[in-house]
Design a protein around this ligand. Structure first.
Ligand SMILES: Nc1ncnc2c1ncn2[C@@H]1O[C@H](COP(=O)(O)OP(=O)(O)O)[C@@H](O)[C@H]1O
Ligand SMILES: O=C[C@H](O)COP(=O)(O)O
Length: 650
């Protein structure tokens, strides 16, 4: 992979790229605070908005697919990290309200990644509470066949097939499709869409030093900056990898392009059995029958020359014909990239089976090919042939801020998350076990500790995940420090519940990804429980942990943040010692929990994509995981807690 970049730092890069996308298409606009791109003037007759979003690094997804006839709006997170619930809520509001007399319904296409599922889920809950008039439904895209044999609870990842789904559903909504029918169509499509990726190397994130896969976190190596080896030897290929540098399922010598394509086609064609287990799809033997109509999508992951990509098309079409599969449409583009990854994915959609599934569900059949062929203003869709003339801006045009301001009447921040001030010495402050200066010092020290550990977390997450966990933690820490500096977060003037809510709101607004959503849930529930203790939970912390448990099945032993958080909460809840002793015990418990995740196999999160070398997918079998570093999320919690304790004692 190339580590050379025009922009050598991720700072501000996503926003700059979104501005560029908006400049490419005169019919879309950017709302910078939420990193949402939206159709400037949706048709007044459009009653259903199709939207999507996810981490950046997959360009032209999704800004390039925003335009009439495809996505009404889309939202971007940071590189490889889901947008926060707050960003997504703004995107939903823009899609539903911009230029609409009565708000539109919204269908959200979500790629099956934990961070996306959590953050989109939270935003939908918030949107439903704020705007009961909007009906919202989701379609979950999970087209990757490579992990079907694994015991993961996460399910197949979403790959490039996502763009196909967005095109078809956007065209259907533009043609008058209702929310219910469009969702049925989306679900049927996803059930008959399968993809697999392969690459010669991993992509490189601008500004990020690479991991040393052998570094287990017991010490930092000084030569990180020179060590960018992704472990794929020259002449070898990794098959079944995702869109974020998650390791693939298998590495092999690249015998020839024909061999690689044959292998990939075989995996997609034979995916039926595993697929039936996870998604209720067709059995292996006939998921593509001889006369079925099939559409072929080939996706450049970002780093393969177009010369070679066209040759890949030739190989895939040739290989499919040996299986008597003759695609009725063939598409090639960098649809959904993985930065500069030197690889590609192939996706097959069984059009015939999709139609049959719709009819079996009493939904009238749909002409999928006509929907694919329908024009769209989205500038990155390769089918676009004719540009409409850009309508001149009129005085009545609303920009995003106007739209969002206009709906502020219905938008009210739930009281539990608003800051509540108190005067020093009031009962709320006095009830807290630590003084406001101690809390301020503790928060600062926790943030400093997290920032100092960013490099370690990045390294751990690069070995088992997508490498963004350190940046995500550090982003949250920087935002908390900035709020302390500006005084918008002030332990001297804020009651404990509001302080917890305040920290939660800052983390929610500034940390995307899985970890950001989990913190948002935890802190919101914690502050709610501090305000109104529940008789069912022993303490506010156990109430928060319980709330987290409603959003994730993760329990201690699953190699997640819960391995540190659960013992931390238990130690804090213990009644037998002083507050400081409890805090110290909590830090020790979090550290022990984080340490326990070394070499632990995972069933959740991106770490679940990594199996032991045995690769047999046997649950609880950690063979080959001995060198696997600690879970980065659990590590971050331990570091944060240790910093907090040091700050209290300082
Ligand atoms: N389903 C889950 N439940 C609880 N924690 C999870 C889950 N999935 C991932 N995590 C935690 O999130 C951390 C990764 O966070 P983040 O980098 O934001 O993830 P991603 O980039 O994959 O969205 C992991 O180290 C793990 O602690
Ligand atoms: O690009 C990344 C995905 O859209 C979000 O995934 P994540 O938040 O689970 O990392």
């Amino acid at each position: 992979m190339s580590h050379k970049h025009i922009f050598n730092s991720p700072d501000g890069l996503v926003l700059k790229s979104l501005r560029g996308a908006a400049a490419l298409n005169p019919l879309i606009r950017l709302h910078a605070p939420s990193k949402s791109v939206y159709v400037a003037h949706p048709s007044p007759s459009l009653a259903l908005a199709v939207i999507t979003g996810g981490g950046a690094g997959h360009e032209p997804a999704h800004a390039g697919y925003t335009g009439a006839g495809m996505l009404t709006a889309s939202v971007s997170g940071d590189i490889f990290a889901s947008p926060s619930a707050k960003q997504i809520l703004a995107c939903i509001q823009l899609a539903a309200f911009n230029g609409a007399g009565t708000p539109r319904d919204v269908l959200i296409v979500i790629n099956n990644y934990t961070g996306d599922r959590l953050n989109f889920g939270l935003a939908i809950e918030q949107a439903r509470a704020l705007h009961p008039a909007i009906n919202i439904a989701t379609v979950l895209v999970a087209d990757d066949v490579s992990l079907l044999g694994r015991p993961s609870l996460v399910g197949p990842r979403g790959l490039g097939g996502n763009i196909f789904v967005c095109k078809v559903l956007g065209a259907f909504a533009a043609a008058g499709g209702t929310l219910t029918r469009t969702k049925h169509l989306g679900d049927a499509l996803v059930a008959n869409l399968r993809s697999i990726g392969a690459a010669l190397g991993h992509c490189h994130v601008p500004g990020r030093s690479s991991s040393n896969a052998n570094d287990d976190g017991r010490g930092s190596s000084d030569d990180d900056d020179n060590d960018h080896d992704d472990g794929i030897a020259p002449g070898h290929v990794e098959i079944g990898l995702g869109l974020h540098n998650e390791p693939g399922v298998r590495r092999a010598a690249l015998a020839s392009p024909t061999w690689l394509v044959r292998e990939m086609v075989r995996l997609v064609r034979e995916s039926g059995e595993g697929w039936a287990r996870v998604g209720g799809g067709s059995p292996a033997s006939d998921w593509i029958r001889p006369d079925d109509q099939v559409v072929l999508f080939i996706n450049n992951l970002g780093g393969v020359s177009q010369l070679e990509m066209s040759a890949v098309v030739d190989e895939v079409v040739g290989c499919l014909s040996t299986h008597t599969v003759h695609p009725v449409r063939v598409y090639l583009a960098p649809f959904m990239t993985s930065l500069n990854a030197p690889g590609f994915s192939i996706s097959l959609v069984n059009v015939t089976r999709t139609g049959e599934q719709l009819e079996a569900g009493d939904t009238p059949a749909v002409d999928l090919l006509a929907l694919l062929d329908a024009p769209t203003d989205a500038h990155a869709w390769t089918g676009v042939r004719v540009w409409p003339v850009s309508p001149p801006l009129s005085a009545s045009d609303k920009d995003a801020e106007d739209v969002l301001r206009a709906i502020q009447d219905t938008y009210s921040v739930p009281s539990s998350s608003g800051p509540e001030t108190t005067t020093p010495g009031s009962s709320a402050t006095a009830a807290a076990p630590f003084t406001p200066p101690q809390l301020t010092a503790a928060l600062r020290a926790a943030c400093a500790a997290v920032r100092a550990a960013e490099r370690d977390m990045t390294r751990f997450d690069t070995v088992v995940g997508d490498g963004d966990c350190g940046e995500t933690f550090a982003g949250g820490a920087r935002a908390v420090l900035a709020a302390l500096d500006s005084g918008s977060l002030n332990p001297s003037k804020t009651a404990p519940a509001a302080l917890v809510a305040g920290v939660g709101a800052i983390l929610e607004g500034n940390m995307g990804g899985t970890i950001g959503a989990l913190f948002a849930i935890f802190f919101t529930a914690w502050s709610r429980a501090l305000r109104s203790p529940s008789p069912e939970s022993a303490s506010s912390l156990s109430a928060a942990l319980k709330a987290l448990g409603a959003h994730t099945p993760a329990r201690p032993g699953d190699r997640t943040v819960v391995d540190a958080l659960a013992p931390l909460c238990a130690a804090l809840d213990a009644s037998s010692s002083t507050p400081l002793a409890r805090l110290e015990a909590a830090a020790r418990a979090a550290r022990a929990g984080a340490e326990s995740t070394r070499g632990m196999g995972a069933r959740l999160g991106r770490a679940s994509y990594v199996a032991g070398e045995s690769g047999d997918g046997v649950e609880g079998d950690n063979t080959g995981l001995e060198g696997v570093p600690p879970d980065p999320g659990a590590w971050g919690v331990a570091v944060m807690m240790e910093g907090f304790v040091a700050g209290v004692k300082a």
